[in-house]
Ligand binder design. Structure first.
Ligand SMILES: Cc1cc2nc3c(=O)[nH]c(=O)nc-3n(C[C@H](O)[C@H](O)[C@H](O)COP(=O)(O)O)c2cc1C
Length: 192
């Protein structure tokens, strides 16, 4: 680490600042996102680590209001946010030789890069995972060999949730697991 980075207050560090500042945005401005910016986000996404460097990720960028609307209408809950762009992140599974993970981990790494890059460019995002894969396949003409992983809603934010970490000591074990430790639900878990 160079001296400048070492002496930097963590909140001034651009990487930490983007990590803590990225929050899910569920209210957007009525403003289109420039195509060049979307390409910059995809370049950041495709800098992610990938098992055996297979890079299974594929991105369907949807900006047409009708298709964006059809996607939102197909989602029963927690998908009605007014973002002007939806990026469907998918995994092309044909080159993945193992059972178990159809490229989800690689796509998740790419998605986090995309979310952080969006924040750095003044854009907002939210991951939407609660979609019906059959409906999304039909709307976006996704074939069987391609696995839809997540929808990323994108646009200029009309809200600014506070930066934060959700660091919890109870989520960390040093050297060995402690099976005796209680597991209360995490603060903020919306399902409990
Ligand atoms: C895999 C995944 C799926 C998610 N699905 C949804 C969703 O369907 N709708 C939604 O509004 N937020 C969704 N979120 C966003 C989470 O609710 C959010 O990340 C969490 O509450 C933490 O807040 P933060 O992103 O502001 O830090 C999802 C996040 C992840 C990682």
């Amino acid at each position: 680490m160079d001296k400048k980075t070492e002496n930097m207050n963590i909140s001034e560090n651009p990487v930490f600042s983007a990590i803590y500042g990225r929050r899910s945005i569920r209210n957007y401005q009525d403003r289109a996102v420039e195509r060049e910016k979307i390409v910059q986000l995809l370049q950041a996404a495709m800098a992610a680590p990938s098992a055996c460097n297979i890079q299974p990720w594929e991105f369907i960028v949807v900006t047409g209001p009708e298709t964006v609307g059809a996607i939102k209408d197909s989602i029963a809950r927690w998908g009605g946010w007014n973002a002007p762009v939806i990026i469907a992140v998918c995994s092309y599974t044909a080159y993945i030789p193992w059972q178990g993970d159809p490229g989800t981990f690689d796509c998740a790494a790419a998605i986090e890069n995309l979310l952080l890059a969006a924040h750095a460019l003044g854009l907002g995002t939210v991951c939407v995972g609660g979609f019906d894969p059959r409906a999304i396949r039909q709307i976006l003409a996704i074939p069987e060999s391609v696995h839809p992983v997540c929808l990323v809603y994108l646009g200029y934010p009309a809200e600014q949730p506070a930066p934060r970490t959700q660091y919890l000591e109870e989520a960390v074990y040093w050297e060995q697991y402690d099976a005796e430790r209680p597991h209360p639900p995490r603060p903020g878990n919306i399902l409990v």
